[in-house]
Design a protein around this ligand. Structure first.
Ligand SMILES: [Ca+2]
Ligand SMILES: [Ca+2]
Length: 282
């Protein structure tokens, strides 16, 4: 895995408190081996067919076509995640599938004990091109020490075997729980807005910035370079409560670190500000 630790600082001007959060972004493009995964019942790595953007991909029958009847093959990530430390965990991947419709399936499943598994996403059948999948898990009621395990599971019935399922460029994006520097002050933080970490980060062409408003507010979301110069204004308007998204196209800009700054003016005139670092890699 390529692991990046990205620090975000979010500062509330009115409360003199500092909240820090970190993100861990992990990517597996299967170009080396399948060492991050525990394969059972058929899954394996293949370069016999095109992967997503490059050759190697995981295949539901180790590159052998067609797949077998009565398969129950699993590809389980060796790493598990401590749910207590996470605010959210997002899994994304690219997949293409040619399987008997309504009879043979590929699921993405999660478990907290690696015994009982719950399907949370199904890879659709007969896609001519790789399709993007995204699953976000928000572990709000995690018990102390509770971990999350993830796997892909391919099942086939007794007849009509087809080409199978290819999966590539799996990404895990873990947003770590915010660690308050001063707990007493942080409990007084107004829960009126939140700037989420942009995704992906680092990014190459486009990154998505999300924020949440609990109440209507005037929002200014702008990009600055490291010299503090304004690069682009993404949002400058009155917005209703809810989750909002903005995209920043990095194509016209040089590689490097940029700041995304969110200023929120609430209806009673209070101003809050938060910034986060974004890395553009061209
Ligand atoms: Ca690949
Ligand atoms: Ca079948």
């Amino acid at each position: 895995f390529d692991a990046d630790l990205i620090e975000n600082d979010s500062i509330s001007e009115n409360n003199h408190s500092l909240v820090t959060a970190a993100c861990i972004s992990l990517v597996d493009d299967f170009e080396n081996d399948g060492g991050n995964w525990h394969f059972r019942g058929g899954w394996g790595i293949t370069n016999l067919f095109g992967g997503y953007q490059s050759k190697t991909a995981a295949h539901s029958n180790n590159g052998v076509l067609p797949y077998s009847a009565n398969m129950n093959a699993t590809m389980t990530l060796r790493q598990s995640f401590d749910l207590q430390k996470l605010d959210s965990l997002t899994f994304t991947w690219w997949a293409t599938a040619y399987v008997e419709s309504g009879k043979d399936f590929c699921y993405f499943e999660t478990s907290t004990d690696s015994l009982t598994w719950i399907p949370v996403s199904t890879i659709s059948n007969d896609r001519l091109e790789y399709e993007f999948y995204s699953v976000t898990i928000s572990p709000e009621q995690a018990a102390i020490g509770q971990r999350l395990y993830v796997r892909f599971r391919f099942v086939s019935d007794s007849k009509n075997e087809e080409i199978g399922v290819f999966i590539d460029d799996i990404q895990f994006y873990a947003k770590l729980r915010k660690m308050p520097v001063n707990v007493k002050t942080v409990t007084d933080l107004p829960q009126e807005w939140r700037l989420e970490s942009n995704f992906p980060n680092p990014f190459n062409a486009t990154t998505k910035i999300s924020f949440i408003l609990m109440k209507p507010a005037q929002v200014d979301l702008s990009i600055f370079n490291l010299k503090g110069q304004l690069v682009e204004i993404l949002v400058d308007e009155n917005l209703p409560p809810g989750e909002h998204h903005a995209q920043w196209q990095g194509l016209d800009h040089a590689s490097g670190i940029y700041w995304c700054r969110m200023r929120v003016m609430s209806e009673d005139g209070r101003v809050f500000q938060a910034s986060q670092k974004m890395m553009l890699i061209r």
